[in-house]
Structures are given as C-alpha cells and as structure tokens.
Ligand binder design. Structure first.
Ligand code: DAH
Length: 454
C-alpha cells in the first residue's frame, strides 16, 4: 500500500513498476522485510504487474527438482515437444554456448507441461471457472486460446504492446532469451496484437509465462496468466451519450467486477489507477479478502496505437491480464507456489474438475532448514542470477532466498549474506542431503557468478 502512494506521477509510474528485483530498494533489508510480509506487493513488481502475477515451481518430486540431486531418480527431459502445432527440440531453446541464450534446462523442462490445460488441476479448474463466467455473460462471444506457443519474438512480447525500448523487463536479467530476437513470453499480452490483426474482437488467451525472478513462496519462474480483450465498434457506444473511452472503461469495470464476484463471492472491491504501457487509462482491481486488500488483475483501455497498427482504426478496446497462481493460491488455500507442480498424489488427488471451492489440506509440514552464505559481489551480480544458480542445483527444494545482510567496506567492496531456506513439500530432508546441496550451491555460485565466497 505504501508503494502505491509513491507511484502517482505517470512519468515515474512505469519506473516504479519495474520488477522488484531491479529496484535499488531490493538492496535494503527493510524493503526485504516489506516484501516478506506482503503477498507479492503489487505495484512495485509490475511491468507489467508482472511480478505479482506469480508463478509456480516444479514439485520436489517432479523431473527437475529435488530429483535432480539424486541420480537414481533423475528423469530424462523430453528432447522434442509439440506445443500448439509447433515442434520444439531442446537444442532450439537451450543453447549453452550461445551468449544470447539464458534458458536453463530447468526452464526447458516446463515447456509443454501446460498445467492450465488440466481440468483436475487448480490452475485448469480456475481457467474453466473464468471461461464459465464469460460464456454465461457473453454467450458465444469470447474465443479461447490456450495452446499458443510460448516462444515468441521480442516484437510480439514487447514492441507490439508498446513496451519502451529501454524498459527493464527487456533485460536478460528479467526475461528468458532464446536468442537476441526471441524470448519465452513473459506475459500473455504477447498475443494481443497478432489476434487483433487476425480480426478477433473478443478473446481470452491462457498460457504459461516465464520470468527470471527471486525465490519465495509466491514466486516461481514459470507461471500462468490469462489475458482478455474485447473490441467495441462505434455503434456500441453511439447511443450511450458517453465518449468511447469512458464507455469502454465503464464496461471493463462492470465486466471484471462481475468476474471477481463469480470467483470470490460478495467481496468488497476497489479500483486503483495505475500504469501499463499498453493501456490508458489503466487500473488494478483489488478485493478485500481474508482481511486484506489483494490485487486481482491489471487492465485498462487499450492504447489506440495498438489497435491502429492492427488495422482496427475505428475500434476501441479493453484488455485485462490476471495471474492464475496468485488467485488459485487464495481460492484453494495453497500455501506455496511450488505445490502447483507437485505430482504427489496427496496434492493432485485433492482437486477435481469444476470444483473451485475446495480448500487444500496440507498433508504435513516438513521443517525448513536454513543455510547462510556470504560473498563479495562484483558489479555484474544480480539476485535473479543467484536464484537461477540455486534453483539449478536445488530445484524445488529451495523455498526462499533472502538477503539478510549487506554492507560495503572502506575499500568499497560490497558483501551480501543470503539465507537459503530448504524445505520439501513432500518429505523430510536429511542433514546430509542439505549439506551436500549447500556445498554444491556454494561451488556453483563461486564458479558461475564471479563472486568471492567469504
Ligand atoms: N501483461 C500485464 C502483466 O503481465 C498484465 C496486464 C495488465 C495485461 C493490463 C493487460 C492489461 O492486458 O490491459 O503484468
């Protein structure tokens, strides 16, 4: 909330909306505390309210997580996938010797999993509940897409939705690049322009999205979003006595308030003005749920330039984007984003098609184990890079990576101390296993990140 007060001036708003991991504030322990206590503080993360529309993790028992550390459990990653009719070989996506590529194996292994297409999975159940709302209220209007390929051009991901050339979200630190021109989409907005160009005027796009990020219980480098777009023509607003933008903004708010009610019941809601590159005006919808205000989605009236470039000169449109994990964690009482990737029956068997109201019953709480690690950083150090290295070794056994100490000595050398919390969702970890993991993490951090361990 504090953050929101700061982000008033539009010229600064986008800056404020930079991903948290790039904010100078991140270096401040007090800010970390703030982050820690809130449920993915909305505005600061947003590019793209991006960071807040969080993601999941592969289960400690899925192919790439905890199992990676134990050879006998290691499952091969499929080397050839087909997504939405596109054939993808591992070598097309992971190119270890190509400096313009930063996609690790762990991320490749998420491609094609498509949790949103599983009707018995919380993410699929939520997607279907949103579909139901649009089908009931706009019969046969919204066309749905849920298997568009997540490998997109930088033009689609950024340029087509007017993300400025120097926007932080374009950096290698934030986005997974397949090559200099191609990324793993970091939001479903990447498909807006193409679908508009194809002539669609009502559509919903659901998909897995990818962002390099820090590690905690609400952030995972792969998560799921749904994008909605509705285009109006002059006939729609002609009789309303309103200008087109006001008419469309009013319809947007009414439609999304209805959606929030459909999902959460009769809750208090409020609209907060915000900034996105692709909409003007832009809003966030918040609901009062479980004793606090929670951001549900970002939306707005589509920038006219996007419609113009798509050949829709006289149309005016609204658009919204929401993060499915974030909502599913609240709706199903799921405490950790890694659980979405769990293949443990004790998780998967609790959910069934069409049942939105079910509350997840934790099957047990295994204790966390904390390990601290201090090092002198170099100028190139970023927390996202650290988190990628830690995940690469520990997979889903890592629950959180938190900066707990930060100082600069008289010589100008800066030291960081990170606390890594290891915890499995599904079993107790042995001391020996954790010590081994931590040893490997230390080695990898030293060799890959150009830091000096203390
Ligand atoms: N793409 C935004 C994000 O990832 C979400 C979003 C906000 C989508 C506003 C929209 C929109 O279509 O109008 O944070």
């Amino acid at each position: 909330m504090l953050i929101r007060v700061l982000s008033i001036h539009p010229a600064h708003a986008f800056r404020m909306a930079m991903p948290l991991s790039h904010s100078p504030l991140l270096k401040s322990p007090s800010y970390l505390l703030l982050r820690h206590h809130s449920f993915a503080p909305p505005s600061l993360y947003r590019f793209l309210s991006f960071r807040s529309l969080s993601s999941p993790l592969s289960s400690p028992f899925s192919s790439l997580s905890s199992n990676r550390s134990s050879k006998k459990w290691k499952q091969p990653i499929a080397a050839l996938l087909e997504i939405g009719g596109v054939k993808i070989a591992k070598d097309d996506v992971v190119k270890e010797n190509d400096p313009t590529n930063n996609v690790p194996d762990t991320i490749f292994s998420k491609l094609g999993v498509e949790l949103h297409r599983r009707d018995n999975h919380p993410i699929g159940i939520l997607k279907n509940a949103i579909y139901d709302y649009f089908d009931t209220n706009f019969p046969a209007k919204f066309v749905k897409f849920d298997d568009l390929c997540p490998i997109v051009s930088i033009k689609e991901n950024f340029d087509d939705v007017l993300v400025p050339a120097d926007h932080i979200s374009r950096s290698y630190n934030d986005t997974y690049y397949v090559d200099a021109q191609t990324v793993l989409r970091c939001h479903t907005s990447a498909h807006q322009a193409e679908l508009l160009r194809k002539g669609h005027s009502h559509f919903l796009v659901t998909g897995d999205v990818y962002r390099r990020d820090s590690i905690d219980s609400t952030h995972y480098p792969v998560f799921h979003q749904m994008e909605g777009v509705r285009v109006f023509s002059p006939d729609d607003w002609a009789g309303s006595g309103m200008d087109a933008t006001s008419y469309v903004a009013m319809d947007l708010k009414k439609s999304l308030e209805g959606l929030a009610k459909h999902l959460f019941g009769a809750v208090d809601m409020r609209w907060v003005d915000t900034y996105f590159p692709f909409t003007n005006p832009s809003f966030e919808l918040e609901i009062f749920f479980q004793e606090k205000w929670m951001e549900v989605l970002g939306c707005g009236v589509t920038e006219q330039e996007i419609l113009r470039r798509s050949g829709r000169m006289d149309g005016v449109a609204w658009a919204f984007g929401l993060g499915l994990e974030r909502l599913a964690m609240v709706l199903f009482d799921i405490p950790d984003i890694r659980l979405f990737w769990s293949t443990d029956q004790r998780f998967t068997s609790q959910f069934s098609e069409g049942k939105l109201g079910i509350k997840f019953q934790p099957f047990s709480k295994y204790p966390p184990c904390y390990k601290d690690m201090s090092f002198w950083i170099s100028d190139s150090f970023t927390e996202n890079n650290l988190c990628e290295v830690v995940r690469g070794i520990a997979g889903d056994l890592v629950e959180e990576v938190q900066l707990i100490d930060n100082f600069t000595n008289k010589k100008g050398m800066t030291s960081h101390c990170y606390r890594i919390a290891y915890r499995s969702m599904e079993r107790s970890l042995t001391d020996e296993e954790i010590n081994q993991l931590q040893g490997r993490v230390r080695e990898a951090v030293q060799s890959k990140l150009n830091v000096v361990l203390r």
